[in-house]
Design a protein around this ligand. Structure first.
Ligand code: XIL
Length: 673
């Protein structure tokens, strides 16, 4: 109890039980005290200090009503962390959750030490004429078989944590370089190049840099002057310390919001981070100016300054990043003709099996058009869950790796480095979803073969393509009051049962009607409990309606596309916000079931018989303040909020021919009006 950070939790030292290279099974029984539901995980720490690795062995979301729950995971300790290993229980997303732990065990499994596969083509060799191949590392990757795997396939490295602000300047003026220095020197001694990550970020950064406690003990932003001074001192001291041991720096990381509704205003699209709050929207430019000043004093160094961000396949976010980098570089060029302030953009590349490579390509080409160098800075692809990966998903993961590497190779003239975020699945920051090229036994997965030879892999693993679901909207105008008018019986049912989650919770049916101005949607949900405790609207019991009026099936939202969310209490939310205009909805609850009725004005098409619209309907099922299941009519990917190509198709029909216009297509049907 009394935890104040997500990583807080009781820990046990275990190094004295470990034979290096052997695998261990860790189990513990855990019972949640508070809140009603929380993510909890059994973790292991390998090594001490800022070059340590922290591995999630068994993440699970549990409820207090579950009572005692067993958590179990395995890890092979190829490194004994300089005689510092622990196991502990934490929560990756809840700093204050409290819980009991009992019956902890730590046992060697029958899986002994492993060797790397030496007969594989090194990834760095396959791409030697294209770009550097990097990996994210902690100290455990710099010894034994892990170092063999690292140096066989890679010629560049990024510190997973050791060069972040909290690692290098935990308290003001107290610079702690020892762990990072050891890491950088080892990387260089192994003949690899080092990328610097990261100078300015909102995470893993000490609070003193940009906040202060006021008289009432509240945390408030520092003054602009003080925050700027802290920003500049950190950048200068760190850059001067490492000098040209690095080839590039992530100067600013993750400054942009996710899926900003109005990317043309990049300043309004910035994340409201502590740096932003203390300094204002020019903090990004100020950081790059400070870094550039250091480089200008050292013309003998060849170091590139990068902006780095994730979800950069989202076209709204990519556009906002593009606009920001362009504005900052254009302004700089006024006084420095022909020179860039921001040299490069890092596309982190934390993807999942449903990422659309088309969107990655669009963003890549957008960024290239700025005349900056691109890196793929943190590539991994989540596939499967609970440390399980079926053969089918492993191949789908390999296929996406192949599609992406093919795109990167085609743009190699503009890409300087592709860095994978971790060596093998079990040590990844997303270990439970198996995101990397090698498995826990350091064996190459299909993902490796997809990377090494994209064309062959793509040829040999064509996925089954699924046609979008089809349905019909009938002509008619219902009252929007949550009661099911008889006219709804004319509209065919669309069953909402494509689950995007492993758990299969609330389900239901949707129907659509239309008239000359509006689309009408009825969704009847069967649920086992109604819950809107989460602050995240999409994690409340709610339905979502997705609409692509011109059915263009683009992989990004155009002006005719929208996402409408209505919870069981008729509270609404909209993406983008402007589509709220003219929208009307009503809900009716019956026990734990509910009905939603909605009227959506057509914005851009002239509705008529046989017009096809892109459409989907989704049910979010919440329990104890968390979303436990998501079901849709068509989409299985969960990308509907940014990618209309995943919607189904609804054809408008049933409008009687108007008398006197020569009959139209419905001749002979008789009943006008
Ligand atoms: C991750 C590390 O891999 C983890 O060990 C750590 O607990 C959290 O940060 N974007 C970034 C990286 O820029 O620094 C993050 O690395 C992953 C997301």
């Amino acid at each position: 109890e009394g935890r104040t950070a997500t990583w807080h939790g009781p820990s046990l030292r275990v190094e004295k039980y470990v034979d290096q290279g052997s695998e261990y099974k860790v189990t513990a029984w855990i019972k949640l005290i508070e809140p009603a539901s929380s993510q909890l995980q059994l973790s292991s720490q390998i090594g001490s200090g800022s070059s340590a690795n922290y591995v999630a062995l068994s993440p699970k979301t549990i409820s207090t009503s579950d009572g005692w729950v067993q958590f179990e995971g395995t890890y092979r300790y190829n490194s004994v962390g300089n005689e510092y290993l622990t196991i502990y229980v934490e929560s990756s997303n809840n700093a204050t959750a409290s819980f009991y732990i009992d019956a902890i065990s730590f046992e060697k499994t029958s899986a002994g030490p492993v060797e790397i596969e030496k007969d594989l083509i090194p990834v760095k060799q396959a791409y030697q004429n294209d770009f550097l191949i990097g990996n994210a590392i902690t100290a455990e990757d710099l010894e034994g078989v892990r170092l063999e795997l690292l140096s066989m396939h890679h010629n560049a490295a990024t510190a997973g944590n050791a060069m972040k602000p909290d690692a290098l300047q935990p308290t003001k003026g107290n610079f702690t370089f020892t762990a990072a220095d050891a890491m950088v020197d080892k990387v260089l001694a192994e003949g690899m190049l080092m990328h610097g990550h990261v100078l300015v970020w909102h995470q893993q950064s000490p609070a003193w840099m940009n906040t202060v406690q006021d008289g009432q003990g509240n945390t408030v932003p520092l003054s602009r002057e003080e925050a700027l001074e802290n920003l500049r001192t950190h950048i200068r001291t760190v850059m001067e310390h490492f000098g040209d041991k690095v080839i590039s720096w992530d100067v600013v990381n993750e400054a942009m919001s996710d899926n900003p509704p109005n990317p043309s205003d990049w300043e309004a699209s910035l994340r409201q981070s502590p740096w932003y709050q203390a300094i204002g929207p020019d903090y990004v430019e100020q950081a790059f100016l400070a870094a550039r000043e250091v480089l200008d004093e050292h013309p003998e160094w060849d170091i590139k300054l990068h902006y780095n961000d994730y979800n950069e396949d989202n076209q709204n976010k990519a556009q906002a990043i593009y606009n920001m980098v362009k504005a900052i570089n254009d302004k700089y060029a006024l006084d420095h003709p022909g020179k860039l302030l921001i040299d490069g953009i890092g596309m982190q590349g934390h993807y999942n099996i449903n990422t659309n490579p088309e969107n990655v390509k669009r963003s890549l080409e957008k960024f290239i058009s700025l005349g900056v160098e691109i890196t793929i800075s943190e590539l991994d692809i989540q596939a499967g869950s609970n440390h399980q990966l079926s053969e089918q998903l492993a191949n789908a993961q390999g296929y996406l790796y192949a599609q992406l590497m093919k795109i990167f190779k085609e743009h190699a003239a503009h890409i300087s480095r592709v860095t994978f975020w971790g060596l093998e699945d079990s040590s990844s920051w997303r270990a439970a979803s198996n995101p990397l090229l090698f498995d826990k036994n350091l064996r190459a997965k299909p993902a490796y073969f997809g990377v090494i030879d994209p064309d062959t892999f793509i040829q040999e693993h064509q996925p089954d393509s699924k046609d979008a679901n089809q349905s019909t909207a009938m002509y008619g105008t219902p009252g929007i009051d949550g009661t099911v008018d008889p006219i709804w019986s004319q509209a065919p049912e669309m069953s909402i049962h494509q689950y995007q989650t492993a758990w299969q919770g609330a389900t239901g049916v949707a129907r659509t009607l239309w008239d000359d101005h509006n689309l009408y949607v009825l969704i009847q949900v069967s649920d086992a409990q109604l819950d809107k405790a989460s602050v995240n609207v999409w994690e409340q019991d709610s339905v979502e309606i997705f609409l692509d009026e011109n059915n263009a099936k683009t992989t990004f939202y155009q002006a005719d596309d929208g996402q409408y969310r209505i919870n069981f209490d008729n509270e609404t939310s909209f993406n983008p916000p402007a589509i709220a205009e003219g929208f009307v909805s009503a809900t009716k609850i019956s026990g734990t079931n509910y009905t939603v009725e909605a009227k959506i004005p057509f914005k851009s098409i002239k509705p008529a018989n046989q017009v096809k619209i892109g459409f989907d309907a989704q049910i979010n099922d919440a329990k104890d303040g968390a979303r436990q299941s998501v079901a849709a009519w068509n989409d299985t990917t969960g990308n509907g909020y940014q990618d209309p190509s995943v919607f189904g198709v609804v054809t408008l029909d049933g409008k009687p021919a108007s008398p006197g216009n020569g009959g139209g297509s419905d001749t002979g049907s008789g009943g006008g009006g």
